[in-house]
Design a protein around this ligand. Structure first.
Ligand code: MRU
Length: 366
């Protein structure tokens, strides 16, 4: 494995960070997740176009992580534009609008951009230098709060991981998909830290193999018992009673609890229901979009057909075959046994329970 990053084996796994010593005024650095697990390589972004490309190409991916990337990306884009004291607000609007076009489904991206815009609008400073300092502080706060939410999600959800049992997950909702620690995988990390022993079945997650490449790598690195399966094996491991619970992350949760997540999640939820296995979602409050009533209004990203025709670099289908390419699907709330948030577990899932939980203070962790 090639190591060219500050992520040593024993350090907390973080997919992105601000490096004050990079570039002219500091820069956004991240693990290039497209190269994992064979190479652990850091890339440095000093332009808005580089941040946009990194999000679009899934060098940084996972709903919370792309929100954090966009927050830092706004500072990067403004540094690149070198605005004056008079025009930084205009330049900031342009960078925000641009980064918002990178990917459509994960609401955390728009949530973070809106939060940065609100911070910018609230500033009464006279100089761009002071505004920049405040915006960078806000981006750090978004990162740090996300890390804290992930730890809290782990605390609230760890009891759902049964000692001696099995759990199945889809895609990657781990440290790599957040600031650190993850959402779905946070439950597993927290249960593991409590000394519980369990096995995780990791769906490979075609077409881009986030399960095989990222979740398998993360869990192995953490010393958690993980078994990789092809997506079409999920039904069998459930029928063989190897799975006691399914836990996934989310990209956007509508007011009624309908949840968009990586393509294939809906199928896993249907299978879990057919086998009487509880299906849980783990997500911070920044993943909820209470402005839309149900999942039918969630914008779904469609990607390049080449990603379906290929496995890694290798084309495995006729070059010109038509492909269907949704990157996400929506699991109806009726199939979800509970949603673990940083404030507590929402179960059963209903619009009123969601609104109550998000509006309230955190419950004591079990
Ligand atoms: O296309 P990706 O890799 O960004 O999709 C990621 C997922 O679907 C994750 O499950 C989701 O963003 C939750 S991450 C905590």
């Amino acid at each position: 494995m090639k190591h060219a990053t500050n992520q040593g084996q024993n350090r907390v796994l973080r997919p992105l960070w601000w490096n004050a010593a990079a570039g002219r005024d500091g820069a956004l650095e991240m693990i290039d997740q497209t190269r994992l697990p064979s190479e652990l390589v850091t890339i440095t972004c000093t332009t808005a176009a580089q941040v946009w490309e990194a999000i679009k190409q899934l060098r940084v991916r996972g709903a919370p992580a792309i929100g954090v990337a966009a927050a830092y990306g706004i500072v990067v884009g403004l540094d690149e534009a070198a605005p004056t004291d008079a025009n930084w607000r205009v330049e900031m609007d342009k960078v925000c609008d641009f980064l918002a076009t990178s990917r459509p489904t994960a609401v955390n991206l728009f949530w973070a951009i809106e939060r940065m815009r609100r911070k910018g609008a609230s500033l009464t400073v006279k100089s761009w230098a002071d505004a920049r300092a405040a915006l960078l502080t806000e981006a750090h706060a978004i990162r740090d709060e996300d890390a804290a939410m992930c730890r809290a999600i782990g605390g609230f959800g760890q009891h759902l991981i049964p000692d001696g049992g099995g759990v199945l997950t889809h895609c990657n909702a781990g440290a790599l998909a957040t600031s650190e620690y993850g959402t779905a995988l946070a439950l597993m990390y927290a249960a593991h830290e409590k000394g519980r022993r369990f096995k995780v079945f990791v769906d490979e997650t075609r077409p881009l193999l986030q399960g095989a490449r990222l979740t398998a790598w993360e869990l192995q690195r953490a010393g958690i018992d993980a078994t990789l399966i092809c997506d079409n094996m999920a039904a069998v491991v459930m029928r063989e009673k190897k799975v006691n619970a399914v836990v996934t992350g989310a990209d956007r949760i509508a007011a009624n609890g309908d949840t968009a997540n990586k393509i294939g999640t809906y199928g896993v939820a249907v299978l879990a229901s057919a086998h009487g296995i509880p299906f849980y979602v783990a997500a911070p409050s920044s993943t909820f979009d209470l402005s839309i009533p149900d999942g039918s209004a969630i914008p779904i990203e469609y990607r390049d057909p080449a990603e379906v025709r290929r496995i890694g670099e290798r084309t495995v289908a006729p070059e010109d075959i038509a492909c269907y390419t949704p990157a996400f699907d929506v699991t109806p709330a009726t199939l979800i046994a509970g949603i673990v948030t940083e404030k507590g577990l929402i179960s059963p899932v209903s619009e009123s329970a969601i609104r109550r939980m998000l509006a309230g203070a955190a419950q004591p962790s079990p």
